[in-house]
Design a binder for this molecule. Structure first.
Ligand code: HMG
Ligand code: MG
Length: 291
């Protein structure tokens, strides 16, 4: 494969991983997870979500997690924000970066955020404006870029359209999410063909869940096509409470192993990630994938 010198990893485990766990996870365990991930060398950690706590009760303690973690200057600490109320909460705790999230599927927009895609974008406009005024970078997620748990296959043209709208709002980064983890290598080609005239592959982030077991192969393909930023979660934690059947994210351990094998620098120490995964596995009471 065309081998880059380095790639950038965002570990989304504390957010995408824990949001889906039904057992009550003490705030101390969440703080410890974030601190361990920070020590492992990941570039960015998605710490939590400032969403409506009625919708994602597991992450209702986002403020407490941010208050407890040890911030390192070489790590970006980010969080999900769905609306202005979420932005105000995130700003108060001093997030480094926020992520707004919409989707290429109308049904998923409704189920996940109680609004249409257009309404979600309307909600983001003042959030992006406020974040930019505070010099806080904004990631814009597009979910269901390959398939929707309710509607089935999703057209890459719809992904292109939502990507265009997010860029028009002024987001700094586009992150394409295969929410239910069914992407194939051919899907990655189709997606990149659809969006690469809007966003340079090197500037794009890819967020793969691994339900079908092909996330790593997709990652490889994306690297060949010039993508350099990937989301993954320690131990393959992950899923979305509003996407039935979605399993965990691509495991950070697998991504780090891939980099190791190809001689790509990702800055992450595999043993530290494995320790982080083992610690969280003991809290959630089930084994995780540790590469
Ligand atoms: P809503 O209930 O329609 O909101 O939720 P609302 O504006 O009608 O407000 C209702 C009440 O909630 C109000 O309180 C608000 O203040 C409160 P009341 O006045 O009745 O006392 N409220 C909030 N409280 C705290 N923080 C907030 C907030 N917002 C409203 N931010 C909303 C609409 C979008 C907020 C809701 O649907 C929601 O929170 N959804 C989030 C669902 C979610 O987090 N899903 C998982 C993340 S997405 C994902 O996993 C995919 C991804 O990983 C990528 C991929 O895999 O593809 C990112
Ligand atoms: Mg996800």
């Amino acid at each position: 494969m065309t081998r880059p010198d380095s790639i950038r990893i965002t570990d989304v485990g504390p957010r995408d991983g824990l949001q889906n766990e039904s057992v009550s996870i003490p705030v101390e365990a969440k703080i410890a997870l974030v601190d361990r991930l920070a020590q492992s060398g990941v570039a960015e950690i998605e710490v939590s979500s400032f969403v409506n706590p009625q919708w994602v009760p597991q992450l209702a303690d986002a403020e407490a997690v941010f208050a407890g973690i040890e911030r390192r200057s070489d790590v970006v600490y980010s969080a999900l924000v769905p609306n202005l109320r979420g932005w105000e909460r995130a700003r108060r705790v001093g997030v480094d970066k926020i992520a707004v999230f919409t989707t290429a599927s109308e049904t998923f927009a409704r189920r996940n955020t109680n609004c249409t895609i257009a309404e979600s974008l309307d909600r983001f406009a003042p959030v992006v404006e406020a974040a930019r005024a505070d010099s806080i970078p904004v990631r814009g997620y597009v979910s269901c870029v390959v398939a929707c748990p309710y509607e089935g296959p999703v057209d890459a043209a719809a992904v292109r359209q939502v990507t265009t709208s997010l860029l028009e709002l002024g987001v700094d980064e586009i992150d394409l999410g295969d929410t239910i983890g069914v992407a194939t290598v051919e899907d990655i080609d189709r997606l990149l063909d659809a969006v690469s005239s809007l966003v340079e592959p090197g500037e794009l982030s890819l967020h793969l869940h691994d339900t079908g077991g092909s996330a790593l192969a997709c990652c490889r393909r994306a690297i060949e096509r010039g993508v350099r930023r990937f989301d993954s979660s320690c131990g393959g934690l992950g899923g979305c409470p509003y996407a039935p059947g979605a399993s965990g994210n691509l495991a950070t351990e697998d991504l780090v192993e891939l980099c190791r094998g190809e001689g790509i620098d990702c800055g992450v120490e595999l043993d530290s990630i494995r320790e982080a995964s083992a610690a969280v596995a003991s809290v959630i009471g089930r084994p995780l994938r540790t590469g």
